[in-house]
Design a protein around this ligand. Structure first.
Ligand SMILES: *[C@@H]1O[C@H](CO)[C@@H](O)[C@H](O)[C@H]1NC(C)=O
Ligand SMILES: *[C@@H]1O[C@H](CO)[C@@H](O)[C@H](O)[C@H]1NC(C)=O
Ligand SMILES: *[C@@H]1O[C@H](CO)[C@@H](O)[C@H](O)[C@H]1NC(C)=O
Ligand SMILES: *[C@@H]1O[C@H](CO)[C@@H](O)[C@H](O)[C@H]1NC(C)=O
Ligand SMILES: [Fe+2]
Length: 482
């Protein structure tokens, strides 16, 4: 590469600038010194209390709900009957109302190697009132079971709402502790944002799908009462040509339905919802992501569509992190980063939650989007338009913790700790949200890490350090484009 004198000068000035920036930016974050008192536990045995089949002939089991439309006025109720199909109808009524309504669903079954599923029912209830408690009953005609949920308030910029963050949960004793902590948390999560890897059935010989059923029964105690917003992880792929199983995501998509058509997606693996003041985009790290692919085309429209005046909080969920400093799965998110990081920055995504790495990590606001093959500008730098990346793959599955970390801790990593736990995102209003992380070895109310998030859309460039950082970024971009 031949540089002109002007080019060389600019290059030197920039290199100097980079050096100064580096010298001023903090010392590469915190690697927690917390010492765990044990390693990790195994899956709970099949006869555990949490896996118990509910009593009664053909009793509905594995009941779970998720959002059923784009706005939060719909709910998808799913459950399984084992003995015979029975009814796919849900009877529901608002609290303090005598009027019982009903919605009709359908059921599916599937085979996986030598496993045959029960009757998997899905029923979408639509046009509910916002901000209302509903009771619902499934198992009509045989053994019925009753549950309840509360719809979110209407979508709007200052609607407070609390999300739980759980990932890579699995079904060990640790998983049970994570779920218990989430249930008992004084922060009172109203909806779970689940970042993928559910049952880990595929860790068993023949992907023993019995472990999908146990997971469904285990999580019912939370998932029947509040929506879980599902993201597909690598353990949902269940691709096993050696078993004759060549259709990816077969058990997952049969069991966990999501309202993907409501956001004009053509696949349940990527979709979006609005809920209160949040716009949540779910991506699939294990589907085609390249230009012109269905996911790309959908995302291209989707990001442009978000109205931050209506839903200020733009949140992305995907399984594989793009900024993780653990050794496990290091740089696996790189293809997604190369394709989509520039949109995260352009559209000022507030936070990207991922799982996959079985540990906790929170990043600085950084980006690395100036590279264009010839300019050599592939440096991760502070960027106030970039999201914070949070890895929350610490639900407690059978594979154990990702304890090995890359050293030294990179500058983009603000806090990291290999312990099991869960997160809470507490949105206060259009400008402020509070994120906290609970580790299982503390009490349910203890926050081992926390941070105030200033909304990226409403954030004003007030602090000088950030401003100079922004100017620097502009300079790099100009250079990249020159
Ligand atoms: C964790 O497992 C390793 C290897 O089995 C063992 O050496 C170590 O003592 C264990 N640590 C704790 C805290 O139990
Ligand atoms: C499926 O096949 C495996 C291996 O042959 C066997 O251990 C298991 O019991 C079978 N399960 C069913 C439901 O037939
Ligand atoms: C799971 O946790 C629940 C709630 O804390 C408890 O009642 C149950 O006994 C636990 N089950 C197992 C197998 O640890
Ligand atoms: C938004 O919430 C934060 C944190 O609770 C608070 O300090 C701030 O005053 C609120 N802003 C408005 C406009 O209410
Ligand atoms: Fe994973």
């Amino acid at each position: 590469m031949e540089l002109t004198w002007k080019g060389k000068l600019e290059w030197l000035v920039m290199a100097g600038f980079l050096y100064i920036i580096n010298a001023h930016v903090s010392e590469g974050g915190i690697t927690s010194s917390f010492l765990r008192s044990y390693n990790y536990s195994l899956d709970m045995p099949l006869d555990s209390d949490v896996f118990r089949v509910p009593p009664g002939y053909n009793a509905p089991q594995q009941v779970h709900i998720t959002q059923g439309d784009h706005l939060g006025k719909g709910v998808i109720v799913s459950w399984i009957t084992q003995d015979e199909p029975g009814s796919s109808t849900v009877v529901y009524w608002a609290q303090d109302s005598q009027l019982k309504l009903q919605a009709d669903g359908f059921f599916v079954t599937y085979n996986y190697f030598n496993y045959t599923s029960g009757y998997i029912h899905h029923c979408t209830i639509e046009n509910l009132e916002f901000d209302t408690q509903y009771f619902y009953e499934v198992g009509i005609g045989f053994t019925t079971r009753e549950f309840w949920f509360k719809t979110p308030p209407p979508v709007g910029p200052d609607v407070p709402y609390t999300f739980g963050l759980i990932g890579d949960l699995g079904q060990t004793y640790d998983s049970n502790t994570t779920l218990t902590h989430y249930e008992k948390s004084p922060a009172k999560g109203e909806t779970v944002l689940y970042v993928g890897d559910l049952s880990y059935a595929d860790d068993y010989p023949f992907h023993d799908n019995i472990r999908w059923d146990t997971w469904g029964r285990f999580t019912e105690r939370v998932a029947a009462y509040q929506p879980w917003i599902w993201t597909a992880g690598n353990h949902e792929i269940d691709f096993a040509p050696e078993l004759g199983e060549t259709r990816p995501f077969k058990p997952y998509t049969a069991r966990y339905h999501v309202p993907f058509q409501a956001s004009h997606s053509t696949s349940p693996l990527w979709y979006s919802i609005k809920r209160a003041s949040a716009y949540i985009i779910v991506m699939s790290a294990y589907s085609a992501i390249g230009k012109y692919t269905p996911q790309y085309k959908w995302l291209e429209n989707e990001f442009a569509k978000v109205n931050r005046k209506e839903t200020p909080w733009l949140i992305v969920l995907m399984h594989s992190p793009i900024y993780s400093s653990y050794v496990a799965h290091y740089m696996e998110g790189e293809t997604v980063r190369v394709m989509y990081e520039r949109w995260f920055v352009k559209y000022k995504v507030d936070v990207v939650f991922a799982g996959h790495v079985h540990a906790y990590e929170r990043s600085e606001r950084v980006s690395n989007i100036a590279y264009n093959i010839v300019n050599g500008l592939c440096k991760t730098m502070n960027d106030q338009s970039a999201p914070i990346y949070i890895t929350i793959g610490d639900g407690g599955n059978i594979e154990g913790l990702a304890t090995a970390m890359t050293e030294p801790q990179p500058k983009y990593s603000a806090f990291r700790e290999a312990s099991f736990g869960h997160g809470i995102l507490d949105i206060k209003n259009r400008s402020h949200a509070y994120f906290s992380w609970n580790r299982n070895q503390d009490g349910c109310a203890v926050e081992a890490d926390s941070i105030w998030l200033n909304n990226r859309y409403y954030w004003t460039h007030s602090d000088e350090a950030s401003l100079s950082e922004l100017r620097h970024h502009e300079k790099v971009k100009q250079l990249a484009e020159a």
